[in-house]
Design a binder for this molecule. Sequence first.
Ligand SMILES: [Zn+2]
Length: 280
Amino acid sequence: MATASDDASSAEGASPVLSRARIAYSQCPLCQSPDIPPFGYADCTLHPLYHPALPPQITWCRCAVCAHVFTDGYFTEEAARLVFAKTNATQVVGHDAESQRRISARMVERVASVVKDGEWLDIGFGNASLLFTAGEFGYHPVGVDLRQDNVEALRRMGYEAHCQAIETLDAPGRFSVISMADVLEHMPFPRQGLDAACRLLRPGGALFLSMPNMSSAVWGLLDQTGINPYWGELEHYHNFDRERLYRLLGEHGLTPLIYAVSERYRIGMEVIAVKNPPAI
Ligand SMILES: [Zn+2]
């Protein structure tokens, strides 16, 4: 990634670029501070979902107040259609099911050390490995995904599945576990996703999160050699670190209990937090 002080004017002459691909953040999406200077620029033209009508660069900002790092905006509907026109093969129900089951099992085991049973809601279930494995361990799994094909595939297998955003689910306190595996960094406004998860979770229930960890030393090593894939990641709006994520969870009445290294994607972290009981 180039730093904000580098010359970032090389995008001139890219005529097919949409006149407006992103809706700019006017304030930090986590703390609402308006002090959000650019932090750096990254080329995204080599990303598998890149479309030539999109800008060739991603601008990253860093909040001067809470230090959160995020893109300068989130995609308009028109731009999002171009980015998400292609479906990643790894997101199809049943993809690589046997090896994914082993990875998912280690995730479920960690959750089971906190909450042993009950209804498990998996947000953005993708290939459904985590959901299948949660069922195998005795949880009652329910899936939510924005890809209609995936939802229908899961329903055909007899599972409860919904094709809607988490914010629109109306089942307060229903779930013992909610998983958002590699989901939060894709949401334009993660606070809304966490608000919804807290509403759907019973007191004492567990929230499972995974995402890349920007404060990992490995992240810094990849930055040094210029091969960190996450600066050019078109599908992400946020780069969290453990510290900012923990503060965010605390602000939502969630207490982190377990930290682990995620095996799903590079430089990933896993956090399991519990919903605090209501204040007396
Ligand atoms: Zn902030």
